[in-house]
Design a protein around this ligand. Structure first.
Ligand code: NAX
Length: 337
């Protein structure tokens, strides 16, 4: 599939929270061409807050020491205007991370205001066709707020990350059916990047002996898919925090790179990826919520996979995560007033 941007001009790519741990793993993936390809030169814009400038300068030194051939320049700054100026792609990672025992809702108030300000900065300084991935939590609702305060940027261009949940679920399914990762496709993550998300393996296909078959034919284990896989993926972030004493970073960076690479390059035939995108009412999800759906991507445009059957079990799961997102939206609007 042809890349959405064929230009050989360097593109400006912003990473916020650039002194943080996800950025530390994400920067080399972008600078090595694993997102925008091996021919696309890049000018990296790195934003963090003033007290972190010392650390950010250390990161900038390391970037220089990597001598990345694709990297034309680095702008490391605490100045929001300089960071957002002329950018074509943004990874909005910077936020307060969830610590052990902390619920996502505690984070909401502190974090949505950051995304209100950054929405304003996108509106004012970014290219009008900028493509945005929100990683900082609560990611879906931060994206919704960001979009509200960036009225000149198309709503379709502001997305949030559930690719980590997709990758987690795919790895678990692959392990369960004893297949390679690349032999598992069509895992769905519906809803919020939180423990109300619905990891849905009903449409999963597994490749065996060169042909793709429904998971139900390969391994008829509905009990595992419903009772083990769903809570495992929902709680994986908390499990990593408990073990590492820090939230997921390497896997989050990989997922952010995967999300943007598929948005930039498109998806393969029969490949679905999950992105939290603005709802236009698909699958009965209220219009305007930023909700994770399975999508395909062509020419830089995502399209929600249509006509998937929603049974009673799935309906109930979709309702739970929708209700949480509606509550978050109400709280977020109040916090931004
Ligand atoms: P770190 O605390 O290591 O880094 C965050 C960085 O953001 C810090 O350097 C901080 O100074 C900076 N920052 C804070 N406010 C800022 C602002 N207004 N402008 C620019 N920078 C700002 O956190 P890290 O582990 O990198 O996690 C970053 C975010 O990703 C957190 O919100 C975390 O909850 C979220 N995550 C989202 C995931 C997803 O799948 N959507 C998974 C991983 C991760 O938990």
């Amino acid at each position: 599939m042809a890349p959405a941007t064929a230009s050989n001009e360097p593109i400006r790519v912003l990473i916020t929270g650039a002194a943080g741990q996800i950025a530390y793993s994400l920067i080399p993936l972008i600078a090595k061409g694993e997102v925008f390809g091996q021919k696309q030169e890049i000018i990296l814009h790195l934003l963090d807050i003033q007290p972190m400038l010392g650390v950010l300068n250390g990161v900038a030194m390391e970037i220089s020491d990597c001598a990345f051939p694709l990297l034309r320049d680095v702008v490391a700054t605490a100045d929001v205007a300089a960071a957002f100026k002329g950018i074509s792609y943004a990874f909005l990672v910077g936020a307060m991370p969830r610590r052990e025992g902390m619920e996502r809702k505690d984070l909401l108030k502190a974090n949505v205001r950051i995304f209100k300000d950054q929405g304003g900065a996108l509106d004012q300084f970014a290219k009008k066709d900028v493509k945005v991935l929100v990683v900082g939590n609560p990611a879906n609702t931060n994206a919704l707020i960001c979009s509200k305060y960036a009225p000149s940027i198309p709503k379709e261009n502001i997305t949030a990350m559930t690719r980590l949940d997709q990758n987690r679920a795919t790895a678990q399914v692959a392990q369960h059916v004893q297949a390679r990762i690349q032999d598992v496709r069509k895992v769905i993550i519906w809803g919020n990047h939180s423990n109300t998300q619905f990891p849905d393996a009903r449409f999963v296909e597994v490749q065996k002996d060169g042909s793709w078959t429904s998971i139900s034919k390969v391994q008829h284990d509905e009990k595992w898919l419903k009772e083990s896989l769903i809570p495992l993926v929902q709680k994986r972030g908390a499990e990593v925090i408990a073990a590492r004493k820090l939230s997921s970073a390497m896997s989050a960076a990989q997922a952010a790179a995967d999300h943007m690479r598929n948005w930039f390059n498109g998806t393969e035939k029969d490949q679905w990826v999950n992105m939290a995108v603005v709802s236009k009412g698909e699958y009965g999800i209220p219009e305007g919520l930023v909700f994770s759906f399975p999508v395909t991507v062509e020419n830089g445009q995502w399209k929600i996979v249509p006509n998937l059957a929603i049974d009673d079990f799935s309906k109930e799961k979709l309702k739970i995560t929708t209700t949480e997102l509606e509550e978050e939206r109400t709280e977020a609007h109040a916090a931004c007033e």
